[in-house]
Design a binder for this molecule. Structure first.
Ligand SMILES: [Zn+2]
Ligand SMILES: [Zn+2]
Length: 198
């Protein structure tokens, strides 16, 4: 199973509520599936299945064993046709050379031969989904995460190392979550940081 076509750990702050250039000309999901089907057929993968999944960071996945390519419904709904095509061709290249090649030069050559970029990661300008967890510092900088923070974090834009005065406070799905609600370990670490500073 290859699940490589995702972003590098994306910790960059994102502006609240924006989706970048998401809505230029995104495709409807049935069109995405039709395009993927056509491309698979065209490259001799008529016996492969294509489906949608709920991944939020990874755009596509290629499962060699079950002969399935699966695409993120969330990201495909945001991508323009070229980005969808790139995602599908990326996975087709995996299917053609075999998962053992990962993103090595053999895969890159195959990807480029069928019209993909041969890049391992989604380009930084591609639309992305915000994580459910949004942390905000006192100055208003925001970061988002897919998962609950395990330890207190301070704003990387305000301070390169942990500083209580730049602590991020968290919302999940838009509702504020207190340190106690985040978890016992989290609150404990925060208490410690507060006592150490005093
Ligand atoms: Zn890949
Ligand atoms: Zn900040």
């Amino acid at each position: 199973m290859l699940a490589h076509w995702s972003r590098a750990q994306d910790r960059a702050p994102v502006a609240c509520g924006t989706r970048g250039t998401a809505t230029i000309a995104s495709m409807l999901l049935p069109e995405v599936l039709r395009l993927a089907r056509a491309l698979l057929d065209q490259h001799g993968l008529g016996h492969w299945e294509v489906s949608l999944d709920s991944a939020r960071r990874r755009a596509g996945r290629c499962d060699e064993r079950s002969h399935k390519v699966s695409l993120s419904r969330h990201l495909m709904a945001l991508y323009d046709p070229d980005q969808v095509r790139e995602t599908v061709l990326h996975e087709i290249a995996h299917a053609l050379v075999g998962a053992r090649h990962g993103h090595d030069p053999v895969w890159v050559a195959q990807a480029q031969a069928i019209g993909a970029s041969g890049q391992r990661l989604v380009p930084p300008q591609a639309p992305r989904l915000k994580g459910r967890w949004v942390g905000r510092c006192p100055a208003g900088h925001e970061v988002d995460r897919l998962r609950r923070p395990s330890v207190p974090l301070s704003c990387a834009r305000c301070s390169p190392s942990f500083r209580l005065e730049h602590l991020l406070s968290w919302c999940c799905d838009g509702s504020p979550v207190s340190p106690a609600q985040i978890g016992a370990a989290y609150s404990h670490r925060l208490e410690l940081a507060r006592t150490t500073r005093a």
